[in-house]
Design a protein around this ligand. Sequence first.
Ligand code: XLS
Ligand code: CA
Ligand code: CA
Length: 439
Amino acid sequence: MLSKYFRNVEKPIPFEGKGSKNPLAFKYYNKEQRVGAKTMSEHLRFSVAYWHSFMGTGSDMFGSASLAREWHKPAAPLDRAKATMEAAFEFFQKLGIDYYCFHDRDIAPEGETFSETCRNLETMVQYAKQLQKDTGVKLLWGTANLFSNPIYSQGAGTSPSAHVMALAGAQVKNALDATKELGGENYVFWGGREGYETLLNTDIRQEQQQMARFLSMAVDYKRAIGFGGQFLIEPKPAEPTKHQYDSDAAATLNFLRQYELLDHFKLNIEANHATLAGHTFEHELAVASAAGKLGSVDANRGDLLLGWDTDQFPTDLYSTTMAMIVILNQNGLGSGGLNFDAKVRRSSTDPLDLFYAHIGGMDSFARGLLIAQRIIDEKVLSAFIAGRYSSFGSGIGAQMMSGKAGLADVEKWVLTQPHPVLPSGRQEMLENMVNDYLQ
Ligand code: XLS
Ligand code: CA
Ligand code: CA
């Protein structure tokens, strides 16, 4: 096992169970434990986000880097990239996590020219391939960073410059090749700069058509190279742009439907983006799932008192339980997983904090899974919900839904009936019942 950057963690984080007081042990996440038909690791498919945990420096709009990472010390960019990758795989192994995710620019530095950048990426992909083979850690998804380089300041696929759109396309082509080469199970599109700052200079219809064409080109290229992974779009309402086109699950689904792309994509739902959009995490999951399009999850949390994307590690059991209810009810995430798109706080300066953060996130979702499975097995909510809609199972309800009854038929029927009686929605009773399971 690699051991250079996290020497004070000598062996993989053990599962010690509920009573343990060891902060470097799992209390709930027990990889091989069966929950329903699958093991915990099969249900949860946890992933580390390379960018936050290995590229992050703790800098923010008000201050410079606060996290001094040993793996960032080598001066030459490719040496630094290799050291960073070694640290990442050492961490994955010691944490006992099965997957990771990256942007092209996380794993390899940009060069002086686009072709040098592509060569750097190819070098680092080969290194990653070796480390994946050595450790058994797999790639959940890859993506292209189409937002950091200033050339994308006015959009990538939606740039007003055709040359920039072409450059972004060439970058995605290389990121797709990299993801395929590493056996990535999915590929994510997050349109950080695909939106606008002001309508004074923006043609929305033109930009949306560009975005659709950009995604179609990716679909064609995917087919051409035989990449078998799932394409995912990640909604977010704003930040860095004022208004992003993929603002939430409903808007993204509508966009995909309008441009006949729906068959080729599912959604990657992030908790913090849901709350930024004015929704709950479970709302976004449920909307995606109801459309058969919940593909993967960026597992994090926002601070509701701060108006930006704080990308904190998930700790809220109510939220992880509600998320796992949606995920279990659709029988899992398929090739997707739970990616910790989350960063330790600026003040959490010890590399060990990366362990505490991930252990906490993994245990929170493991608990959510256990609680959700009990709620589902004991039909706590499903029996009530089924009863609530039972009037559609027969009679006028079934006739309306099957198309047998139209407005004239329902009028005729209503005139023969007494006034309808509505049963209680029982919200408080259901809230109490869910709370009883949250232990
Ligand atoms: C930023 C997004 C980003 C995507 C991948 O807010 O969460 O990190 O997940 O590009
Ligand atoms: Ca994300
Ligand atoms: Ca985010």
